[in-house]
Design a protein around this ligand. Sequence first.
Ligand code: UDP
Ligand code: MG
Length: 315
Amino acid sequence: MQKLISFVIPIFNEQENIKTIYLSVSKKFNSFKSKYEPEFIFVDDGSTDKSIKILNDLALKNNKVKYLEFSRNFGKEIATTAGIHYAKGDAVIIMDADLQHPPEKIIEFIKKWENGAEIVTGIRQKTKGKSIMKIIGSYYFYKINSAISGIKSVPFSTDFRLLDKKVTKEFIKFTEKNRMTRGLIDWLGFKKEYVYFISPERKSGKPGYSYVKLTKLALTSFVSNSLIPLKLAGYLGIIITVLFALLGIFVFFDRYLLKDPFGFHFTNLAIVVVFIGFLIGIVLSCLGLIALYIGNINTEITNRPLYVLRNKKNF
Ligand code: UDP
Ligand code: MG
């Protein structure tokens, strides 16, 4: 029996790329024909060009080509999620439409999956035509994200991924709205393997991810994975409170009990400043406390599974 492999490809104004990606993936896939059968799930994320027409023509000619058409632009994260919802494959391969995820690497992804990997992640080694700002930003994003969420993600890991059916079955249980597909997949665990690739320049069309969109995505990821940003305010508050309390005690002893033996001459204004500093510290500490409550509400509402099973026996 042939196994089914689903390709999930988000599409946002990719009229020049759809045919090329479809043809090159199909061509690469030919060597696997005896073992696997492909299924293409294109998710049109509210394109305003001819993407839908091209998808429709392809789907008419080949029933292995399927597409979902969003009513408007919901963003790539949601588009890939929808694709995974509809994919029926024993494995799902997510890739970009602009050929920045080279189709010749698919063979490596499948080999690693055959050898037991449950998630195969593409790691970008070099990107032609990507600005230095984006590269540095992306490196620190992974570092910070791993550090604050406690979930390891390898720098430059991309959405170019293969997921075993076991993984997609768990993935579709996530109900959170603000999401970053990569982060959720990393959260799930499972056996991971990596494929390294060099990303060529976008084949044609414009990249849809501007700095603003990327920054928003990074913030979404930080905020949804961790409360550390809010807790930091709390820690800062505790430090400020302690510092100003010590300072206050010092001023009190110096001025009222010891009658200023070292001649500091603290003015009334200085005393007021110390008092206000102390109060600011208290306010910030309270914010940290609120962070703990919000954290609890957040985990309850996002309602992630308590645990994820790989297998069950004799149940
Ligand atoms: N994309 C999408 N919705 C968007 C933006 C992009 O579905 O709002 C798709 C796009 O068609 C492509 C993939 O996501 O298949 C990656 O987009 P892009 O090349 O713009 O991102 P970058 O390569 O800069 O990360
Ligand atoms: Mg791209």
